[in-house]
Design a protein around this ligand. Sequence first.
Ligand code: HEM
Length: 505
Amino acid sequence: MSGAGDTTPEHLTQRQRDKEARKEMDHSSNAHDATGTAAGKCPVDHSSPAPREVVPSTALPVVDMPRLKQVLSIWARPEPYLKKCRATYGSRFRVTIIPGVPLYVISAPDDVKQMFTAPRDVLHTGSSNTPIEKWTGQNGLAWLDEEEHTARRRGVMPSFRGDALKRVEQEVVRLAEQEVASWPRDRAVSVHPFAHRYTTKVILEVLFGEHRPSCEDEMFREVMKMLEFNSRPATMRPFHLLPAWKMKLTRMLRPNGVNEFLTRRDRVHRMVEAAIEERERSGESGDDLLGVMLGITDADGSTPSRTEMRDEIMTQFLAGTETTASAICWALEFLTRHPRVVERLREEIEDGTGDAYLTAVVHEVLRLGPPIQQIVPREVVKPIEIGGVRYQPGDRLWASAYLLNRDEHNYPQPDEFRPERFLGVKPASHTWIPFGGGHTRCLGDRIALVELKATLTEILTTCDVERADAEPESAHSRTVVNIPRNGARMVFRPRRKVKAGAATA
Ligand code: HEM
């Protein structure tokens, strides 16, 4: 175990390497300095790169904390835990969270880049999704790797792009108007359940488009109740893998919520299966996810099974709803502490001249409050060298969006909410990774951005928003996402009409 005061040669080498990497980054950003002078003065001879020493992953520092404490820290107080680890161990360290699994947190941009661009047969994601298997089953995109993943992703892609995206966008705007209008006014509420309701309605559009199943309303209600389980600590336990007798005992301990969750999930499964059957019988095609899946024929002539379609739909109920609801909550958490940003946003919305500032705000929200702080771990299946470290099969790489985003080398004054940093600037793909990257980059990224923009526009146009609590809300886990601890407690007041040109609160 390597603690803060560890002085093993490997540890020193690691720290030195981090330092060198930072110098190199500083150097390259200076080289693009607006004055154009730094490039001419470069003291480094790039024509002969120094030979690099490669260390095995086992030489990386190990977080010196009991496993249970680490699990609780990542669940209840992820931010101070990750920050402390980074300050103590640098940009690569091993955490002990899953027994027997060497899990390496990485946060140097070049490491993340190499991880995202590694060949598909070297790093896998499928096996790392055990924590969400209880919802998604094992036959959705999230569980697949290599050719199977490529084929399925290509197959379902049309429901996330092109005309399907345009259709979803229209519905996103309509739903934002309808849902925000229904949120309570003039009393303190946690925004999370309302935002979650909205994002789940959007997902129904992605899944079924205009071909809504006859059980739609009941399915919506059950899915919402099923997902309530995500706020319980038991959600992180892979209890579905327990032997039958232990599972029976776990279900009998009613306060843990497991029995209720499994009962509801089985109900949702039956409804989704009925929806698939109903659609098959109707013979109606469409660019919604179910319509697209029903039209897939693989090279060998096979079509996705009903279980595969069901698991794909279940995956969206989790992946597409919790994440965007979290982002909406973080957006309000940050905006209500920055009235100047709200003022500028309103000016842009009222001018109707474009959405450059709104886009920058959304990018900054996802930087400062990434709904998924740690991107799905990559399992090493063939040895790979990343950033001078040799990782072996069985190792897992856990890229930290949170640490990348809060690194002053990537973002000056990283803890401040400053949308201006993204004004006219496209976020870089290896320092801004709320949607992950590479072969498994989020499929719903464009839909999520539209949802965020539509809700913020609607809220700011129709309401004045006040914080219910003065203190900032810290991050709290909700399965694989995190949300503001109290779900972003706000008071929505009907917006006072203001004279043109007057400042708004
Ligand atoms: C702000 C909102 C969202 C965030 C922050 C987010 C984040 C992520 C992340 C980090 C991943 C894993 C990427 C990787 O492994 O590199 C992912 C995957 C995925 N997301 Fe999202 N997501 C959001 C919204 C959505 C929405 C709205 C949908 C559906 C409409 C969606 C569907 C998916 C799917 C299907 C995958 C799996 C992709 C694959 O394995 O190929 N997400 N998302």
